[in-house]
Design a protein around this ligand. Sequence first.
Ligand SMILES: Nc1nc2c(ncn2[C@@H]2O[C@H](COP(=O)(O)OP(=O)(O)OP(=O)(O)O)[C@@H](O)[C@H]2O)c(=O)[nH]1
Ligand SMILES: [Mg+2]
Length: 295
Amino acid sequence: MSHRSGFVGLLGRPSVGKSTLLNRLVGQKVAITSRRAQTTRNVLRGILTRPEGQVVFVDTPGLHTPHHRLGQLMVEAAEGVAGDADVILLVIDVSKVLGPGDELAFALAAKAKVPVILAANKIDLAADRGETITAEAQKRAEFAAVCRVSAVTGQGIEDLIEQVFSLLPEGPAYYPPEMVTDQEERFLVAETVREKALEVLREEVPHALAVDVELLREEEGKDLIHAAATLYVEKESQKGIVIGRGGQMLKAIGSAARYDLEGHFGKQVHLELWVKVREDWRKSPRDLREFGYEE
Ligand SMILES: Nc1nc2c(ncn2[C@@H]2O[C@H](COP(=O)(O)OP(=O)(O)OP(=O)(O)O)[C@@H](O)[C@H]2O)c(=O)[nH]1
Ligand SMILES: [Mg+2]
């Protein structure tokens, strides 16, 4: 049997479930997810290795019309992935009507020189399994395959993986078989803190939040990891919200993050969190570089 491999770009508007789908496809949580739009800000790889080959799934920020430099970088990163992929996995949410962000995805699909699979996600939420929206999407672009899936229940995932393998070219494995993601641990810690913050914060604050990990150190011979991170917001008023009354909000974010990180590292984690204001960081190339959003 031939060995297949390649890069599969997950594309679509915010909140359709790209990151949840990535985690399901590789069988492990590698990307943070949330019900807030524009959760994913960086391109992130999840690797699936099987006897028949290796798929490198590439998660991307949701396609939208940007309002600041961060948004612009996010959309450009997603477009870059579309241009480099061997197969595109265009994800839609069948529980909602199609919107402008979906149209951006269809436009990318129409331009693509590689096969595009339509992943009609969230079929668990739609009474007709999303037939209406899926049919609507099929009118917008040419798809090599259409897969109805639920990233949450796992329905249709095996069929999707089979379709992906059938469309990939022959090639070698790019990563060692035991590797599931290419992300660094510092990034994983920052993203875990951000995910927990997204769960409890409301309105504009989640979008104005960046997390920078200043320290990540294993205490020799102690099975203990010491981490320190700063949560940056854009305004003084947001700082108060993130800290919460009597520090309750920050404490909740910290303990939820610590719980996940201890599970990930299999060690005790000591996590220190700070909150600082960095005005308009989403527009500042220097800050965007410091927080890992710009090269
Ligand atoms: N019921 C249901 N919910 C889903 C499914 N897939 C994702 N979700 C939920 O949809 C929300 C958004 O999921 P994400 O995976 O963060 O979406 P995304 O496309 O990565 O969003 P961005 O990173 O903002 O572009 C989360 O609350 C998920 O739990 C699904 O198949 N069924
Ligand atoms: Mg995402």
